[in-house]
Structure formats: C-alpha cells, structure tokens
Design a protein around this ligand. Sequence first.
Ligand SMILES: Nc1nc2c(c(=O)[nH]1)N[C@H]1C(S)=C(S)[C@@H](COP(=O)(O)O)O[C@H]1N2
Ligand SMILES: [Mo]
Length: 321
Amino acid sequence: MHIRIPKGWELPERLATPEDVFLNRRTFLAGSGSIAAVSALPGAAFAAPQDADPTADLYPAQRNAKYQIQRQLTPESVASRYNNFYEFGSHKKIHEAAQALPIRPWEVAIDGEVEKPFKISIDDLIRKMTLEERLYRHRCVEAWSMTVPWSGFPMKDLVELAKPLAKAKYVRMETFKNPEIARGQRASWYPWPYVEGLTIEEATNELAFMVTGAYGKPMAKQFGAPMRLAVPWKYGFKHIKSIVRFTFTDERPKSFWEIVQGKEYGFWANVNPEVDHPRWSQATERVLGTTIRVPTLKYNGYGDFVAQLYTGMEGERTTWM
Ligand SMILES: Nc1nc2c(c(=O)[nH]1)N[C@H]1C(S)=C(S)[C@@H](COP(=O)(O)O)O[C@H]1N2
Ligand SMILES: [Mo]
C-alpha cells in the first residue's frame, strides 16, 4: 500500500482548530474573546428565526476521526461569506440573498430506476440517518480552497434507502427551481435547475457525504441548506446544493456546468494539479482566510480512498475537468 508522507506545509491534525473552539456552545454564548466567539457571530446574524430547524437537536454530531484534513479549519465567518451559489448571483457575496430561500417544508424526491419511487420530507430523511461530523477539504475549480466541519450522513445510506435497480448506473441530482426567490434563476442563459451526477460507485464510496450541517449546527442557507453534497476528491462544482431530487438512471447525466461550458467542465471533475483549466493553472490553491497558496494534491489528497474507482479509465480523462 502507498503510504503518504506529509509534506512540510501539511499541518498535523492537532494544529487544526480544536473541537471546542466551535463546538462548545458555552464558548459561543459567553461571547468570550476567542476566535470562536468572533466567527460564530455572522452565523447567528444570518439565522432567520421563522424557520427554526426541527432537526437542530441532532447537532453537534459526533466527529468521525477517520477523516483527517491536515490543514487549519476555515473560520466560519470566512466560509459563510464567500460562496458559490449561482441561483443567488454569479459572485461570492450571496449570503444575504440566500436567506430568502424557504427550507421548510422541504421534500426530496427519489425516482428513476428504483424499486419504488417516493418522496420524503427532509426531516424524516435526516431522522432515518445517523449524523456524524467530518472535517473535509474543499477545492474549487477556481483555485481556492477551504476546510469545513460538515455534518451529515454517508450518501451510501441514501442509496440504500432508494433501493436502485441493477440497471441504474448513475445518480442525477437536482437543485430547487424558484426564480421568484432565487434571482439568479431569472438569467435565462443558464440551464436551470442546477444538476450534477455521480456514478453509483462514486455515490457509494465512503467519502461521498450528504451534508445537512456545518460548524456544529444545521447548515446556513448559503452552504446549500437543507442538504448538499460533499465529494471532496472532486472540484467544488460537483458539490450540488439545496437538493430536491435524486434520479437513478442508466444514462450519464449532463451537469449544469457541462451544459454551460463543456470544454472546461466535464463529468468527472477529479482534482488534478497536473491538468490546468484552459484559462488558469490548477497547480496551487489559495487557502481561504489566509494569504498563502499551497500545492494542490491529486484527488485533493483523497487518492487512498478513491483512486481505484478510476483504474483502467485513463482514456476517459477522469482527472481533468
Ligand atoms: N445549486 C448549486 N450548487 C452549487 C453551486 C451553485 O452555484 N449552485 N456552486 C458550486 C461551486 S462552484 C462550489 S465551489 C461550491 C461552493 O460551496 P460553498 O459556497 O459552501 O463554499 O458549491 C457548489 N454547488
Ligand atoms: Mo467551485
């Protein structure tokens, strides 16, 4: 087995912000001078009391220590104010606009090649699952990165619940469509709703994670509440937000960015520092909340988990966009 030797710029796990910095509610409430108290403030300011989350009691979820980041966590105040969510605008400052999204009631449809299609409310779905917290790196195709404590459940558990038929080879996921609230969806040159897809093998890989929370509480709307995807070995645009539908299919889905600009954004989108974007280098990444750039790792450093998914597929160029 390949044993990865951490490079000098990779911080040991113990240097990541300790759990109690953002998980200790007393630290939040006391408003002490710690980083946590400061970074907790924006989240509190964004919380819209009218949609109190019926699953809030499930957070903070128990951290799964298997997933190590070897980076510092990105402060919540930074990650929650620098977002890609084109439904609310094609720039990074969408956190206020995103608060208009109603996230309850919220239904998720499971359909296509499954034993029996069904709809389930997000709260029923979350309560069927066991939530855990994972620290994951996130690498946007725009060459910035962050490291976030997500909470949620393995996508594998959702696939099991869906009971796909043998002929289902892919999962197609779809974001809500509501141009009255999401002004970005009035831009008719984009193929709304946002769509993404994975193979069943990818969706059932242990790393594929359905995210419902961040920073020890239900996730803020700008992160893609009430449920988004995290596939940390792939570029950020695969991490589809505010999902309303999972369709199991034998046809490879065409994703939003693939339709918009297929020469630049393809289906696989596995992180690879050796293959540049047609318009910029992917060799390094800007770490959000800092002034440093670090080298980008193949599969974003998650090769031990996922590289075997792509053996024998070299002709498919799985590791460029
Ligand atoms: N529905 C939807 N999902 C989306 C996007 C989007 O515009 N719409 N942007 C993607 C991109 S490019 C990235 S980098 C991440 C950003 O997640 P963040 O805002 O939590 O950092 O969301 C992804 N998921
Ligand atoms: Mo991105």
